[in-house]
Design a protein around this ligand. Structure first.
Ligand code: UDP
Length: 286
């Protein structure tokens, strides 16, 4: 895999097929580690996949802990069209979107053939169960358990115990981003599950409670607009999207200036307007 670094986050350039192969390899490694440990604590078992969008990457610019969690994941996929645009502008790379929901459905589709067991954690009571039924009937997925995402600190140990007891190969966590990424990162050492993936509001869509953007919106990279129309309360959160675009443009200009300044130009004395360490100070768009 050729990883790209975009605004401090390491993001994979895998397409969907490669991402699923990578996930399968993580499950194999995690299963082997769990078997070697014989159910006891010890060998780390869990791998984390983050499906990253522009809103969360923008948030991570001012939240070093979040950026650390993102970079500690074994794989970070480009979930949103903002990330795809940033890869083009900052790394000159054409990459494919690998969204949380598409990855989840693809892994569920594969689960029957590969013998993977799946656990769903998140969403309002009843939603994960309805999603589990649809995943089983439509994709043949083996769902070994589910729990809603509204639990207190005092219930957490019990929930982790119940997940470990059911021995899933994949745990989909739908607590909303970035809460789910923090939850996974904090609990991965206790979870005896090979693969952990944060999937935001996917259970709401798969259960049929929320309609996903029509294909045209998806193809035009306008899924955010659809979500805004359906859930206007997202307006505040979505202000991060234009700010992200401004930040990417700012970074692109800085990169170009640096590249131009580093071009050998005989007879011309170059004046770099960069700081001491060769980087311009970054300001977030307000
Ligand atoms: N959620 C949850 N527990 C909470 C808060 C939220 O399980 O304490 C669920 C919520 O019901 C929804 C999902 O997390 O299913 C958040 O969806 P959203 O679309 O906001 O997440 P995003 O896809 O934007 O990360």
């Amino acid at each position: 895999m050729a990883e790209m670094e975009i605004l401090g986050a390491k993001i994979s350039d895998y397409d969907m097929v490669e991402t699923v192969c990578s996930a399968a390899a993580m499950i194999d490694v995690g299963r082997a580690a769990a078997a070697a440990a014989g159910g006891a604590e010890g060998e780390p078992v869990a791998h984390q996949i983050v499906t990253l969008n522009a809103e969360i990457l923008y948030k991570a610019q001012t939240d070093p802990k979040l950026l650390e969690v993102i970079n500690q994941a074994e794989l970070v996929t480009p979930d949103g069209s903002g990330i795809v645009m940033a890869a083009q502008k900052l790394c000159n790379r054409q990459i494919e979107r690998v969204t949380g929901i598409d990855l989840m459905l693809e892994l569920c589709r594969q689960s029957a053939a590969c013998g993977w067991q799946i656990y769903l954690l998140g969403a309002k009571p009843g939603v994960a169960e309805a999603a589990a039924q649809n995943l089983h009937s439509q994709y043949g997925a083996n769902i070994c358990g589910w729990h809603d995402g509204y639990f207190g600190e005092d219930e957490q140990a019990w929930i982790i115990g119940e997940i470990n007891e059911k021995k899933p190969d994949i745990l989909f966590v739908g607590l909303g981003a970035p809460r789910q990424e923090f939850w996974i990162s904090e609990n991965r050492s206790r979870l005896r599950v090979p693969l952990l993936i944060g999937v935001g509001g996917c259970f709401d869509v798969i259960s049929g409670n929320l309609k996903r953007a029509p294909l045209l919106f998806q193809r035009l990279g306008l899924e955010w607009l659809w979500r805004l129309l359906k859930e206007p309360w997202r307006f505040g959160r979505m202000l991060a999207l234009p700010k992200f675009v401004l930040l990417v443009n700012q970074e692109q200009r800085a990169k170009r200036r640096l590249a131009a300044a580093n071009q050998p130009q005989p007879g011309v004395r170059l004046q770099q307007n960069a700081g001491q360490n060769g980087k311009k100070e970054k300001k977030l768009p307000q």
